[in-house]
Design a protein. Structure first.
Length: 570
């Protein structure tokens, strides 16, 4: 449930902090007092669209913060875990939204920054706002199938996921088939190019690492003369320059005298002897290296030509030999696809037919589940409508398969949710045929149908906060009383808020808040006040009598409250 809501510098609200409770809440006040701004603030908190002009004039930013108290098993905790947001061990969730006067927005959940996409996903689990404009969603038939599927429950959702996996494969096959069939001329042109490229790369007979090996060989051949001179000079210095002979004589000298001071001369003798043997070994290695140096201009020229060929292929097909070979593999596959076009088309057509048959079977299963769910949904809505003062209402869900006339009579067109089209049908008076909602329902009837749906789906979607922004528009008398009673009953399952102008609805609330606009100095500001019993009587009297509140209207208001208490206690 929503525990607290704080608002600063939003539209005409300077600063408001409201505490809420379990049950049914109503928000009332004069027209233009700012009742809907509270709903706008909560909408922003759960990811609604904001703009710079919503920030109070003269302020840098608007701030909205809501604290929710949720059970440990609520779906929002799974969403938070998936998003990597730290969940509160105390089962409290704090959502904060800031909106700057430059139009920039930032959001935090339990102190952690979240994106707008993340916030909307979280908000869908927390708050469901129903305003007057949502009546229009009842007229969109594409929405009807979605509602029916939600009502049908887990089995249909599971089957629909299985269907969508097959449907996705079907769409891929169809796209592949369409691409091949629609690109005949282009394929002929590309086939010549692919063949040329494949031949060019294949004839090069590339080997991974070949370019690095050739570069090393080229470097050795290019500097063969310089290497020969340097190594020969080094060898000559060791042998021809009597370098080794000098070390050998030094060793002989130390051997003659080492017995006179063995402690100091023996280590020096060992160093000289070791140096002699190492220098001798190095000299032999230099001689062997010198003898192995080759200078082959023809081989160097061949290597240069080979590297030029490889570098030319790199400029065309990839930065390395593995990249070129990968391009060759890809191009060969494209060539094979074009050369085997007819066979591929036939295979894709067979695959499409199999996938269509499989998807159609799955779609038919969905239709059976929907047919069963539609009868239950119609029964549930009719029950709710009878209690909402529409005793003669008949409600049906018209399910029909989508037709694809382009593929012949009787061919079913599949879509992402199956093969069905759903349309809500209503008859409000005895003897009248069932007709689409758009052709029969008045504003008051639409309000009650939407309320009936909200009541039915309250337990299905597990959203803890339901907000109705003037859902009672277009109704009066007994119908208004019935809506009030339904909202009160609904509040036993979730926290309910209603902005209303009807005293019949307001008197049924467990908690009553008055929204008031006032001018302080030269600025307009909106305040929110939780009304006590006497204040409620005055506010209900104002709603009953208009500008002038009399003892008679107060008495009537008191009677309405007393009756509401008895109805809720029954």
């Amino acid at each position: 449930m929503l525990r607290e809501l704080s608002i600063r510098n939003l539209a005409v609200i300077e600063e408001v902090h409201v505490t809420f409770h379990h049950g049914f809440h109503v928000l009332t006040g004069e027209t233009g007092a700012g009742k809907s701004i509270l709903i706008d603030a909560l909408s922003l908190v759960v990811g609604g669209r904001g703009s710079a002009d919503m920030v109070r004039y003269g302020c840098d930013k608007a701030e909205m913060e809501a604290m929710f108290d949720l059970p440990s098993g609520h779906p929002v905790w799974r969403v938070l875990e998936k998003q990597g947001v730290n969940a509160s061990s105390e089962e409290m969730l704090v959502v904060r939204r800031e909106l700057s006067s430059q139009g920039k927005s930032s959001s935090r959940v339990n102190g952690q920054l979240v994106t707008m996409t993340m916030l909307r996903e979280i908000g869908e689990c927390l708050v469901n706002i129903h305003g007057q404009h949502e009546h229009q969603s009842l007229l969109r038939t594409e929405q009807h199938l979605e509602w029916l599927d939600m009502f049908a429950g887990d089995l249909l959702i599971e089957r629909k996921q299985q269907y969508r996996e097959v449907y996705s494969q079907l769409q891929q096959a169809r796209h592949a088939l369409k691409d091949i069939e629609s690109s005949a001329r282009h394929n002929v042109q590309m086939l010549d190019l692919y063949r040329f490229q494949i031949e060019e790369i294949t004839n090069a007979q590339l080997k991974p690492g070949e370019d690095e090996l050739l570069s090393e060989q080229r470097r050795k051949l290019m500097y063969a003369s310089k290497r020969m001179d340097a190594v020969s000079d080094a060898y000559a210095l060791l042998y021809g320059g009597k370098g080794l002979d000098a070390v050998s004589k030094a060793v002989a000298k130390l051997i003659d005298i080492q017995t006179y001071d063995a402690a100091k001369l023996s280590p020096l003798l060992e160093q000289l002897q070791s140096a002699f043997y190492q220098a001798e070994d190095a000299a032999f290695q230099l001689r062997d290296y010198r003898d192995g140096i080759e200078s082959d201009p023809d081989q160097l020229s061949q290597i240069e030509d080979r590297l030029d060929l490889i570098n030319g292929l790199k400029r065309k097909y990839g930065e390395s030999i593995p990249d070129i070979l990968a391009y060759l593999k890809k191009t060969a596959a494209e060539r094979d696809k074009i050369e085997n076009r007819d066979e591929l088309i036939e295979n894709l057509r067979v695959q499409e037919a199999k996938l269509y048959a499989q998807a159609l079977d799955n779609a038919k299963e969905l239709s059976k589940l929907r047919e069963h769910a539609s009868m239950k949904l119609a029964e549930a809505i009719e029950t709710e409508l009878k209690q909402l003062q529409m005793p003669n209402a008949l409600f049906r869900v018209k399910l029909e398969p989508c037709k694809d006339e382009s593929k012949g009579e009787g061919h079913v067109r599949l879509h992402a949710s199956g093969m069905d089209e759903a349309m809500f049908m209503l008859s409000t008076n005895p003897g009248e045929p069932l007709k689409p909602l758009s052709k029969i329902a008045s504003g008051g009837e639409m309000s009650r149908i939407m309320l009936a749906l909200k009541i039915i789906f309250a337990e299905i979607d597990q959203v803890p906060v339901l907000i109705f922004d003037e859902v009672d528009t277009g109704v009066s008398g007994r119908a208004a009383q019935a809506i009030a009673e339904k909202l009160s009953q609904l509040s036993a399952k979730c926290q309910v808020f209603s902005i209303t102008h009807l005293p019949q609805v307001a008197c049924m609330a467990d908690h009553h808040y008055e929204i008031r606009k006032q001018v302080i100095g030269e600025r307009t500001s909106t305040s929110v006040t939780a009304l006590l019993e006497r204040d409620r009587i005055d506010e209900l009297a104002r709603m009953l009598g208009g500008v002038e509140v009399t003892e008679k209207t107060r008495h009537h208001a008191q009677e309405m409250l007393d009756l509401a208490h008895r109805q809720k206690g029954a």
